[in-house]
Design a protein around this ligand. Structure first.
Ligand code: GCB
Length: 594
């Protein structure tokens, strides 16, 4: 009995230790804090048979006696760049799905009165983190950040940090077993050691109230602060300096009116310097203010109806055949979207790195952000639901101060079922709990042509739970036209705004051929298909935005054709080498006219 109790306690404690990291609330605006970058070359060990944990290689032991030996060493072996995926760094890892250990050493000179957190922008897909031989946390989900407090755990010099990263696809994961993009593994985003005072501003949510052009609300959460600690919010340009006291949980709320506020919009992406102070902590960042709402079939931005001229891209630099991770990568992706004339980006199909989100906001793109609930998700699995809830909270928590964020996407191409409905309702409630100012959207692929009514229709009662309905529809590519495009009339989700969140078809850049045969994979066919779809859009009365699939050709194991695809999805308006295809010019002309 005693043993059992001890065992239970040990188990519970180890569970706590492992999940402790998950419970860590995110520190808002990590890039606005004092931090030491841990990016750079890390040592790496490829662990195909998952032997590393059993052999405790994170201890990085060296032989001491004559008969002492260890069958590993981190030094003098593979070196991998962090951040980056591993697949693009050496040919042997191109298709690798499994475990890779990363390790590096770093110094952390002692400073009294500071708390320290390891911050990972993203690790794909799951990981365990070990510091100086001790497991300190774990995380699942390849596209959202996490942090682990390491106060008191660091030595002034030569700390050994090891990360066990695994990107094996599993049925209970998000995404699950198959998805139409590359399964990049690795420490794919920035790693840093964040330093804050003992009492610090852990999180804040500062926004314009949903229905007011001049009332700002600020919810602030302090860490380590006694009740009554004073919190201050300043917006110098608006002559705002407001204070409040934190309660016993460290929470403080403010609500105040401002004069002469210029609201953020794609045409004028105005941002204000906002400073939050509490005790010795002071954090600042650029924040914009705007109103978004839906009424009937209209989407309003700052009280004006808006049409979404969107495009999607993956977090990938096609020319490098690897994940995008830096600010200059963000410049490349977003410049091409700007050239196309877009006012919005659908960040497909997962939260992309903060450089992209922050630069998009500065450049004036509205954003749709989603977690990878992409077909094939195990909706009946409670553990998967919990995972999705955590993921969506991490996404909303990271980006809710970005006014460019207009839509939280909860799903892409799901089939109706009660477990699905319950799962998605849960995700919506997670979003709304953290943020009641955005619109909730999901993309469906269920639209069909009703021959009796001669109309495109969709039956999925779940749309009632959404602010905006989105449809992926590949007319002319996956679906033959049942009528000519001018007669293709839609009666879908009437009463709500509708977005065509994907449409298009594949073309190999530089391949020319018949404009009327998909199998030619020609630029001419893709261009004709775009022309037809744009014609059909005139017959969708509640259409409030379109988002072609996709800006760039992207790598995908779904795509086997040996000459036309070679492992690439060729639906890009721009080729893998960065050349614009004919359809790009048509889309550009359409956006210029709207
Ligand atoms: C879709 C998916 C997208 C795919 C695309 C395609 O409906 O949402 O992720 O890449 O179709 O090219 O088939």
């Amino acid at each position: 009995m005693k043993t059992l109790t001890k065992f239970t306690i040990t188990l519970a404690l180890s569970f706590l230790a492992v999940t402790g990291v998950r419970a860590q609330d995110l520190i808002a605006n990590v890039y606005g804090r004092e931090m030491q970058s841990l990016n750079g070359k890390w040592d790496a060990v490829v662990d195909l048979y998952d032997q590393g944990r059993k052999n405790r290689i994170y201890l990085n032991r060296k032989p001491e006696g004559k008969t002492d030996f260890y069958e590993y060493a981190f030094e003098n072996g593979l070196r991998l760049d962090v951040p980056s995926d591993w697949n693009s760094q050496t040919p042997e890892l191109k298709y690798y799905e499994g475990t890779v250990w990363y390790a590096r050493r770093f110094d952390a000179p002692r400073r009294d009165g500071r708390r320290l957190f390891l911050h990972f922008g993203a690790v794909s897909y799951r990981c365990r983190v070990y510091l100086n031989g001790e497991e300190i946390g774990s995380h699942e989900g390849g596209f959202t950040p996490f942090q682990i407090e390491v106060t008191g755990k660091l030595k002034p010099a030569d700390n050994f940090l090891a990360v066990e990263v695994n990107n094996t696809r599993t049925p209970d994961a998000i995404p699950a077993m198959a998805f139409d993009w590359w399964n990049y593994g690795g420490i794919t985003r920035d790693v840093s050691l964040v330093s804050v005072p003992e009492v610090f501003v852990e999180d804040y949510f500062i926004r314009l109230d949903k229905d007011s052009a001049d009332r700002i609300s600020a919810d602030i959460r302090l860490s380590g602060a006694p009740a009554g600690t004073s919190v201050q919010v300043e917006i110098p340009e608006l002559k705002v300096r407001e204070t409040a006291s934190a309660d016993e949980r460290g929470a403080a709320a403010l609500s105040f009116r401002v004069k002469n506020l210029k609201r953020w919009s794609p045409g004028d992406p105005k941002l204000y310097r906002v400073i939050v102070t509490a005790g010795r902590d002071r954090v600042e960042e650029m924040i914009g203010f705007r109103n978004v709402r839906v009424e009937g079939e209209e989407i309003y931005l700052n009280g004006e109806p808006v049409f979404l001229k969107s495009v999607s891209f993956h977090e990938e630099i096609p020319q490098r055949m690897g994940r995008a991770f830096s600010e200059s990568d963000a410049v490349m992706l977003l410049s091409e979207a700007r050239a196309l004339g877009c006012n919005m980006i659908r960040l497909a199909h997962y939260p992309q790195n903060e450089y992209i989100v922050r630069l998009a906001e500065k450049m004036g793109f509205m954003l749709w952000e989603e977690i990878p609930i992409w077909q094939g998700i195990d909706f009946a699995n409670d553990a998967t639901r919990q995972k999705a809830g955590r993921m969506i909270r991490e996404m909303v928590g990271r980006d809710r101060n970005r006014c460019a964020l207009t839509f939280w996407g909860v799903a892409n191409e799901t089939q109706p079922s009660e477990p699905r409905n319950e799962f998605l309702r849960y995700l919506i409630s997670c979003c709304r709990e953290l943020d009641d100012t955005r619109l909730i959207v999901a993309a469906f692929d269920l639209v069909r042509f009703d021959r009796d009514r001669q109309l495109f229709v969709m039956d999925d009662p779940f749309i009632e739970a959404l602010d905006v309905v989105a449809v992926n529809k590949y007319m002319g590519w996956y679906h033959p036209w049942p009528v000519t495009p001018d007669k293709a009339v839609w009666d879908v989700a009437r009463g709500k705004p509708l977005i065509i969140s994907e449409f298009g078809g594949e073309a190999l850049y530089g391949q020319h051929g018949a404009a009327d045969v998909a199998s030619s994979w020609s630029e001419e066919y893709q261009e004709a298909l775009y022309r037809d779809n744009l014609r059909m859009f005139e017959n969708i009365p509640n259409l409030r935005g379109v988002s072609p699939w996709i800006l760039f050709d992207f790598r995908s194991p779904f795509r086997f054709h040996p000459t036309n695809q070679e492992g690439w999805n060729r639906k890009g308006l721009v080729s893998d080498r960065g050349y614009r295809k004919k359809a790009w010019y048509l889309m550009k002309a359409y956006y210029d006219k709207r």
